[in-house]
Ligand binder design. Structure first.
Ligand code: GLA
Length: 583
């Protein structure tokens, strides 16, 4: 049992001044069987603490549910942190940003009418349940009960969004009532008004930034006159978005900033120490006028790359950290190439042939959003229940990408980011629209917006009001994979929308693999039922990360949702390819 406090000048561990040298590692972005490896690498960098957000919407896909299986086993993760002899910082939000879909806020909050990120009863009642579930895991693992957790953060960069102090006070009360006893912190970008709006006197303020450390610490000090200075997100890289370049920061320059921070006596949390992957449909999006979804990789140009391997930045940071702390010996295996080989895609089933395996269609007498159907990610197939005449299909908005079909023939693709919401239907017939939620906005006022086709819809002057909507159930693709494995043989380039399948053996099932998606257009991939995430020829990201624990030596199943077209080959390459950089 020990005590962790915020003193007049320092963090105090059993009364002794300590400095937090932390790295952000999101358990939900790494295969659980790789947590120990990533944590070991982080400790050997010279860190004494691991920080993680908690993504409410991943744990609670539906109200009343709180999942902790597999990649969501926060208790196991914190136990692994403790086993490394490290402390933990936990950031349960409720809002987390993090380039995570919806910034972590569950979609069902909004359909229940909650007004988020302010003092509002529906929202606060849901948070109470959530905090209780979180505390069930975190409270017994706090440092005063023999566990690793030393700090808990309230909200996230709240000052950039709102100034409702009653809301912040309610969060503090709910956390305390749930059994959280650690000191509580807030984080804000070091702008005076954000630091002012985003916190309370009883919360310890920290900053988020990646450069101009001395200046930013001075601003933070004006708003947090006592106690330790902490950069609780030292941005050592940056995230990537579809259609933009792959972001990198210079290792030496970033290490120099870290040195400035540490020389000033500050505590730090490297954001990120190892970014990992937005597996499945978990990536968020930004919208500051144009909708821009985040890519699948969350490599972040962090000291440990997407596959957990030390980069030049790792060695540069380790050298800096060694001037301030005892850095343990490194046990990371030498970097080797991943196995490179190909396998043919062998069988394919058109989407239309497997609809029965993808969940029921729901009839409506109006055009519903997918949120109305209780689905908050992935794809939905909209079908007009009455045949339409030739003309112009016009919907209010597409969120976020719609493939339009008449009598199952493709006629148009509408992209939200291009402002497209109309399509010419060259002939009449059965109208179907396959809509992709490309990731929910995670920052700013558009958080919580529903997805799907946003009505009203018309063809010419005629309102289209009767729709059947089938959200594609893709959480468990076991039956689908078995079906596609026995479907028709692939003959040349695969034409979507379809599911294609290959079986492959690997010479090294203990190695991570990198799937090169260069010959493919847009879609989603599963390996042995594990969803690697989305691919898109739009760039920058080219490879999908395949964690070794999902592989076996022989008979691996790969299932590809091909939205447009795909070359009939599965290609694994030696290394990550995250795309072109700005230079
Ligand atoms: C802010 C947020 C983080 C993340 C970073 C950018 O600091 O607090 O969640 O979104 O920006 O990566």
């Amino acid at each position: 049992m020990s005590r962790f406090e915020i003193g007049e000048q320092d963090f105090l561990h059993d009364g002794t001044p300590v400095r937090i040298l932390s790295g952000a590692l999101h358990y939900f972005r790494h295969h659980p069987d790789q947590w120990r490896d990533r944590l070991t690498r982080a400790r050997e960098l010279g860190l004494n603490t691991i920080e993680t957000y908690i993504p409410w919407n991943a744990h609670s896909p539906a109200r009343g549910e709180f999942r902790t299986d597999g990649i969501l086993d926060l208790g196991r993760f914190l136990d692994e942190v403790a086993a490394q002899g490290m402390w933990a910082i936990v950031r349960p939000g409720p809002y987390i940003c993090a380039e995570w879909t919806g910034g972590g806020l569950p979609g069902w909050l909004f359909t229940a009418g909650a007004a988020v990120r302010r003092h509002e009863p529906t929202y606060l009642a849901a948070i109470q349940d959530y905090y209780e579930a979180v505390a069930g895991i975190v409270a017994p693992r706090q440092v005063d009960r023999g566990g690793p957790v030393v700090l808990v953060q309230v909200e996230n960069e709240y000052g950039a969004y709102g100034d409702d102090k009653d809301y912040l006070r309610a969060l503090v009360k709910l956390l305390r009532e749930s059994g959280i006893t650690t000191p509580l912190t807030t984080i804000d970008q070091p702008e005076p008004w954000m630091l002012e709006n985003g916190s309370l006197p009883e919360l310890h303020k920290t900053g988020s930034f990646g450069s101009r450390a001395a200046e930013r610490l001075a601003t933070l000090r004006e708003h947090q006159p006592t106690g330790p200075l902490m950069c609780a997100e030292f941005w050592d890289g940056w995230f990537d978005s579809w259609g933009l370049h792959h972001h990198t920061t210079d290792a030496a320059a970033s290490a120099h900033e870290l040195d400035t921070l540490l020389a000033a006596g500050a505590s730090v949390n490297l954001y990120m120490v190892c970014g990992g992957t937005n597996f499945g449909f978990t990536n968020g999006a930004n919208d500051k006028g144009t909708y821009v979804p985040i890519v699948t990789s969350y490599d972040y140009d962090a000291p440990l790359d997407e596959a957990g391997r030390p980069t030049a930045k790792y060695w540069a940071f380790r050298e800096v950290l060694s001037r301030y702390t005892d850095v343990p010996a490194v046990t990371a295996p030498p970097r080797t190439d991943a196995p490179a080989f190909t396998a043919p895609l062998t069988t394919v089933a058109p989407l239309w042939d497997v609809l029965d395996l993808l969940g029921p269609e729901h009839p409506h007498d109006h055009l519903p959003t997918v949120d109305e159907l209780g689905r908050f990610d992935g794809f939905a197939l909209y079908r007009a229940l009455d045949d339409v005449a030739p003309g112009v299909l016009d919907v209010a908005e597409v969120r976020d990408r719609a493939q339009v079909f008449v009598d199952r023939a493709p006629v148009a693709v509408l992209s939200r980011d291009l402002g497209e919401h109309r399509a010419v239907l060259p002939h009449g017939g059965a109208l179907e629209v396959l809509v992709e939620d490309q990731g929910r906005v995670n920052y700013g006022p558009r958080i919580g917006e529903p997805k799907g086709l946003i009505g009203p819809a018309r063809v010419g002057a005629e309102a289209v009001t009767r729709w059947g909507v089938r959200p594609l159930a893709l959480d468990d693709v076991t039956a689908l994979t078995a079906h596609v494995r026995d479907a028709a043989p692939v003959d040349g380039v695969v034409a979507g929308p379809a599911f294609a399948h290959a079986t492959f053996d690997t010479p090294d099932p203990d190695a991570d693999h990198f799937l090169d998606t260069a010959g493919w257009g847009k879609g989603v991939v599963w390996v042995n039922g594990f969803c690697l995430g989305r691919f898109w020829s739009r760039a920058p990201q080219r490879t999908l990360y395949v964690p070794a624990p999902v592989l076996r030596a022989q008979g691996n199943d790969i299932l590809v949702l091909v939205l447009d077209t795909a070359a009939p080959t599965v290609t694994f390459v030696e290394d990550l390819a995250l795309g072109h950089t700005e230079e």
